[in-house]
Design a protein around this ligand. Structure first.
Ligand SMILES: [Zn+2]
Ligand SMILES: [Zn+2]
Length: 394
């Protein structure tokens, strides 16, 4: 039998194209409920001849290093698609109203960015109306390029939060915002579900409209379905005072775009002040779809910005005329205020072109890394006190 792979993602840099492929075993029945089977990921370099065949979201047979075939008719592919459709149908019953969070006055406001290797994992903690609230934006726990777990860093960060804010064990995550369906953004959710930190009281922003179906994303959907989580679709019309969704909206939602360009862009605001923009892995095409009039009210006035796509040049470019600035904007640096502080989550050298030297230069002096402090000491997580602008690495 020809070896079957799912194309999880394609990374393009100046001089090479790399694909992350997930091996699909022959006996899919035994495997289908195995959560977190990441050892089966491989990273391959693609020659230009393969680019038409090996596309993100496809299932392909790998004949040899330079030859692939589309595998749409394989029975395992049909099974994965059927399971996806069934799960989506079930989960649409859990769709809930957009909450009108009304937290005007926050007495403390922190963010945490956990070092999970190549991946994103952030928490926002704030105190309002006598209660501590915890929101999570993406939650990777495994670097599937270096094949390393980062669970200890997550545990250490959660323990730190529990002690600092004097919370009961286990802590409860009120809101989960997933930017997109790539593994380096959601793999850690099992941990939160298994330890009851995420349950049916949690509200989760998750896009149920992707046309692609992956085994691992299916497992995520299945777990969320089991705990009957409340789901909000992360489109602009579901924005509220504290969580604004700058992208995508239903009109420009184009399923033919890459998953990165379908990233939901979350803007966290309190009392009409923009504190953070989380763009997931948005790349140039996605940035260009965002209404340029949103640049000033949100991007240009945000205190903090999570650098898109792990610091690659692809996540940094934007070619559009911005009316509110009356200027041609070629890069995200120009959408942001010159004082905006940026946070770069990702592992240096995870892929060629990450981190991009141009991104580092453009944000020179305003980049906080989640994997190391300014003196190059390894860190488990970064803590930002957003009201006082104090940054600490642990
Ligand atoms: Zn990513
Ligand atoms: Zn991605």
């Amino acid at each position: 039998m020809k070896p079957l792979y799912y194309v999880e993602s394609i990374k393009q840099s100046e001089n090479s194209t790399t694909a992350l492929l997930l091996y699909i075993p022959n006996n899919i029945e035994k495997w289908v409920n195995v959560n977190k089977d990441f050892r089966k990921y491989i990273k391959v370099r693609l020659t230009t001849d393969c680019l038409n065949t090996v596309r993100e979201g496809r299932f392909v047979y790998k004949i040899n290093d330079n030859t692939y075939e589309i595998a749409n008719n394989d029975h395992r592919v049909a099974q994965i698609h059927e399971r996806y459709n069934r799960l989506i149908e079930n989960l649409t019953h859990n769709l809930t109203e957009t909450p009108r969070f009304l937290y005007d006055k926050v007495y403390s406001l922190y963010s945490y960015h956990i070092n999970v290797g190549h991946g994103n994992h952030s928490l926002i903690i704030f105190e309002s109306i006598g209660k501590v609230h915890i929101w999570m934006i993406d939650c990777s726990d495994y670097d599937f390029i270096s094949h390393r777990y980062y669970c200890n860093n997550i545990k250490d960060c959660l323990d730190h939060i529990r002690h600092k804010f004097q919370l009961a064990d286990p802590i409860h995550i009120d809101v989960v915002m997933l930017t997109h369906a790539h593994y380096d953004h959601y793999s850690g959710i099992n941990y939160y579900i298994n330890t009851n930190m995420i349950d049916n009281r949690t509200k989760a922003y998750i896009n149920l409209r992707y046309k692609i179906a992956s085994h691992n994303f299916n497992n995520l959907l299945s777990q969320l379905n089991n705990i009957r989580i409340q789901i909000i679709e992360p489109f602009s019309h579901n924005s509220c005072d504290n969580i604004k969704i700058l992208h995508p909206n239903l009109q420009n939602f184009n399923n033919n775009l890459s998953l990165n360009n379908l990233s939901s862009v979350y803007n966290i605001s309190f009392d009409e002040k923009s504190y953070f923009v989380f763009p997931g892995d948005l790349e140039e095409k996605g940035w260009c779809l965002i209404d340029v009039n949103k640049c000033c009210p949100y991007m240009n006035r945000t205190k903090y910005y999570a650098i898109s796509h792990h610091g690659s040049i692809n996540g940094h470019l934007r070619k559009t005329f911005c009316h509110c600035k009356n200027a041609q904007i070629n890069n995200i640096k120009d959408c942001l205020h010159r004082n905006t502080i940026t946070v770069l989550m990702g592992r240096d050298n995870a892929f060629s072109g990450i981190y991009s030297q141009k991104v580092l230069n453009d944000f020179n002096g305003r980049v906080l890394l989640s994997e190391k402090d300014p003196n190059n000491n390894r860190a488990r997580f970064l803590e930002i006190d957003m009201l006082s602008d104090i940054h600490k690495w642990y």
